[in-house]
Structures are given as structure tokens and as C-alpha cells.
Design a protein around this ligand. Structure first.
Ligand code: ATP
Length: 421
């Protein structure tokens, strides 16, 4: 068993009212047991399209996993569609009716007539117990391909998969495992990264390597297949080392690491603290830093100084400096960082001032222009970055926050290595 299709059923999913988290969760679980989710499909609550999709999937995949549409209402049609795809009738199982009745009784409620449909099982298939809800899952073979239908409610689905289905799949899965790792790189764009590792990204290579971008941080995903977890991990390690060798300090970490967690760890390691003075990022850097539990150990505070007067009153930036140089300028960025370092008495202070757009740009100071400064015990450094005027405001702000955190990260790496700036 190598290839699976995951089918998510529900009009609220296709309309975008609910985000399909089930498919992603199932795909990760399958990968851990060496089964690749080759296709994720989302369909409406409609019988024929789902039936046809299941038949199509049965011809192309080794496993079909369906979630949603097992409820008692008229728009819950998965049971019927699965039976239709298998070409069999649904049969009422009285013992399942009793189980559902008992489930309601434990909650002090009476089972309604409608719930009888949840005791229907395709002939030749079987019901899968649901420890967390009323709707049992369904197993049936569609043209010889195993097909499992699970409830849509995520916690019911997860428990049913882990306890009732995963053990069977593990036994049937091709020997071997698929392990994944993501290495996060900051700085270059996704296409530049693609060029640096194009040899590693070739199709059919094991491990497979691919990239995803999110606001200035690129994730390099490595998927390795091996006969044993150790073999797959060894392949991951080798490719990770290769990637690290090519990007050096531009790599911020892997898997759950973010700029904020890495910066936090380095601040703890070096026994230092940080504060921020934010204009165009409006507190985003402080938000990212404080998203990390325990950040009170090193994050002291932030001044969101948007108006010129706020830059003067909260951070001591001289009014005539702002007047002369403009609020978006290197001298003001430097003065903001130095002001925050002094106001908050922190080891480091980061500042950001820029033009997030869409309006407010000029020829000399276009939208997307951002100055960052970092005040340190040994002086202040400043960087000027142009993020381009195309990205929406939210993207410029998010990228600016990440770039500022990266400025601090690089300084902290130098400090922890005992280098002078
Ligand atoms: P129930 O017996 O509770 O009705 P069901 O199998 O019929 O179970 P659905 O009615 O399809 O499940 O979905 C129930 C709820 O579960 C949805 O309202 C939605 O909040 C959530 N849900 C369904 N499918 C998904 C999915 N793919 N990802 C995330 N949440 C989902």
C-alpha cells in the first residue's frame, strides 16, 4: 500500500467556510507510516460526484480515506455514496442502533429516529466504532480498494483513525517509512533558493526536496523514504547537512523553529534582553517575540510610536531630526532604537520605520522602503531595505518584522560566538 487519496466531504469546506484541517492531519499520519497521500480532493455534499470520485480513486490509489458527511441529516450522503461506489446496498445493523442509543443515554439524551441512518452499513463492509461521537465510520472495498469513511468532526476523526484504522494500515503498508523535515532559510527569495539547490530538488530523488515561502522565510522541505526509521533519518540528516553547507547562517532552524524562538533562545543563551520601537510594523515584532511562551525572560517592552510626536515623547527622538530627515530615514531609525534601549534599559533594541503603503510613497521614499536599526551595547547599526511596492501592506509589514528579527539574530550569533560586531 503506497498511494492514498484523501477526500474531504462538505459544502462548508468547498464554500470556504471551514478550512479543511482533516486532510492535512491525515496526510501527515499516513506519511509517518510510509503511505503517500497522492491527492487531496474536497467535494460538496452530493451523492453522485462523490460516488464517481471514489470509483475513479479506486482505480488509481491503494487506499481511499473519506472524512465528513456521516451525520444523521439529509445532506449527509457519504454512507450512500460509499455503498453506491462499491455497488452494494446499505443494511441496517440493529446492534449499532443500540450502540448509538447508549451513546445518547450517557449524555442524558434520547436518540432521535433520524440517527437510525447512522446504523446503515454497506453490505460486505463493516462499521468502525466511534468512541467520541454518534456516527460510526464505515469500511468497504470499492473495486478491491479499501475505503474508510470517517466522521468530519476533527477530534472524532483523529481518535477513530489512530485507534481503529492506523494499526490495520501499518500492517498492510509497504515496509518502510516516510520522514519529513523542514529547514528554514531567511534572506534570499524562493527562486534564488531553488537555483542553489536545484540538483537536490530533482524529481525522483530520495530524499525529495521542495520549497515553500512565507513572508521572507523559505521552508526547504525534505521527505526521505527508508526501510527503517533510522535509514530514513540518516538520509534526512545527509540532505540537511548539504543544505546547511550551502546556506550557512542564512538558515535559522528547522521544523518548529521560527525567527522569534531562535532569537529567544539566543537571548537566553547570551543572558541579554530586547525591546522594540515600531512604527510601520505597529507592534508586529513584539507580537512575534511574545508569541513564544516564556518570552518575559528576555522581552522587556515595545513602543509603537506611529505619530512623529510619539517618536519624540515615547522614545526621545528629537523633533527637529524628524523634521529635517523625515520619519522614514536612517537617523530616525537609529534614534528610535537608541531611545528604546534607554527607555526599557534592555541590552538590545530593534526599531523599524518605513512606508507600508499603499499610499504615502514618493520618488525618494517609495512604498516598501523600510529602515531597521539595532542598538547594541557597542553601537547602533542600521539597514535600509526596499521590499518593492507591489506586495500588499500586510506582506510588507510581516516581511519587515521578520527582517528586523533577523538583524537581531545575526547580531546574537556573533555575540554568542564571542565575535565583535
Ligand atoms: P456529525 O455526525 O457530527 O454530523 P459528520 O461526519 O457528518 O459528523 P460533518 O457534518 O461533515 O461530519 O462535519 C461536522 C463538523 O466537523 C463540521 O461542521 C466542521 O466543523 C467539522 N469538519 C468537517 N470536515 C472537516 C474537515 N475536513 N476539516 C476540518 N473540520 C471539518
Amino acid at each position: 500500500m503506497e498511494r492514498a487519496w484523501i477526500i474531504s466531504v462538505g459544502t462548508e469546506l468547498t464554500l470556504g467556510q471551514t478550512v479543511d484541517t482533516n486532510a492535512a492531519w491525515l496526510a501527515r499520519r499516513l506519511a509517518e507510516m510510509g503511505i503517500r497521500a497522492e491527492r487531496h480532493v474536497t467535494v460538496d455534499d452530493a451523492l453522485e460526484p462523490l460516488r464517481d470520485l471514489l470509483r475513479d480513486g479506486a482505480g488509481r490509489a491503494d487506499l481511499l480515506l473519506v472524512t465528513g458527511g456521516l451525520g444523521p441529516t439529509d445532506d449527509d450522503l457519504t454512507r450512500q455514496a460509499v455503498a453506491a461506489a462499491a455497488g452494494v446496498e446499505l443494511e441496517l445493523h440493529p446492534e449499532i442502533v443500540e450502540q448509538i442509543r447508549a451513546f445518547f443515554a450517557t449524555r442524558g439524551r434520547e436518540m432521535g429516529e433520524r440517527n437510525n441512518v447512522q446504523a446503515l452499513v454497506p453490505r460486505g463492509g463493516r462499521a468502525i466504532p466511534n468512541a467520541r461521537g454518534t456516527a460510526p465510520g464505515v469500511f468497504v472495498e470499492v473495486e478491491g480498494t479499501p475505503c474508510y469513511a470517517l466522521p468530519g468532526v476533527p477530534f472524532e476523526m483523529r481518535e477513530m483513525f489512530d485507534t481503529e484504522i492506523a494499526p490495520r494500515l501499518r500492517a498492510a503498508a509497504r515496509s518502510g517509512v516516510l520522514l519529513s523535515r523542514v529547514v528554514h532559510v531567511v534572506g534570499p527569495g524562493e527562486s534564488d533558493i531553488g537555483e542553489v539547490i536545484c540538483d537536490l530538488m530533482q524529481r525522483g530523488r530520495n530524499p525529495e526536496v521542495g520549497t515553500t515561502a512565507q513572508f521572507g522565510v523559505i521552508g526547504i522541505r525534505i521527505n526521505a523514504r527508508g526501510d527503517t526509521p533510522e535509514a530514513a533519518a540518516g538520509l534526512l540528516d545527509a540532505t540537511e547537512q548539504e543544505v546547511r553547507g550551502r546556506f550557512g547562517q542564512r538558515i535559522i532552524g528547522r521544523d518548529q523553529d521560527t525567527l522569534a524562538t531562535v532569537v529567544g533562545a539566543l537571548l537566553i543563551e547570551t543572558g541579554s534582553t530586547v525591546s522594540t520601537a515600531e512604527s510601520c510594523t505597529g507592534g508586529l515584532i513584539a507580537k512575534e517575540l511574545t508569541d513564544v511562551a516564556g518570552s518575559s525572560r528576555y522581552f522587556l517592552g515595545s513602543a509603537v510610536a506611529y505619530a512623529n510626536e510619539a517618536k519624540t515623547n515615547a522614545l526621545g527622538v528629537p523633533g527637529d531630526l524628524i523634521e529635517r530627515e523625515g520619519a522614514v530615514s536612517e537617523p530616525v531609525a537609529r534614534a528610535m532604537a537608541e531611545g528604546a534601549r534607554s527607555v526599557f534599559a534592555s541590552t538590545y533594541a530593534l526599531s523599524v520605520t518605513g512606508i507600508a503603503g499603499p499610499g504615502g510613497g514618493s520618488i525618494e521614499k517609495p512604498v516598501g522602503l523600510v529602515y531597521f536599526a539595532l542598538a547594541t551595547p557597542s553601537g547602533t547599526t542600521c539597514r535600509r531595505v526596499r521590499f518593492g511596492s507591489d506586495p500588499p501592506r500586510a506582506v510588507i509589514r510581516a516581511r519587515a518584522a521578520r527582517a528586523a528579527l533577523d538583524l537581531l539574530r545575526r547580531e546574537l550569533l556573533r555575540a554568542s560566538a564571542g565575535e565583535s560586531p
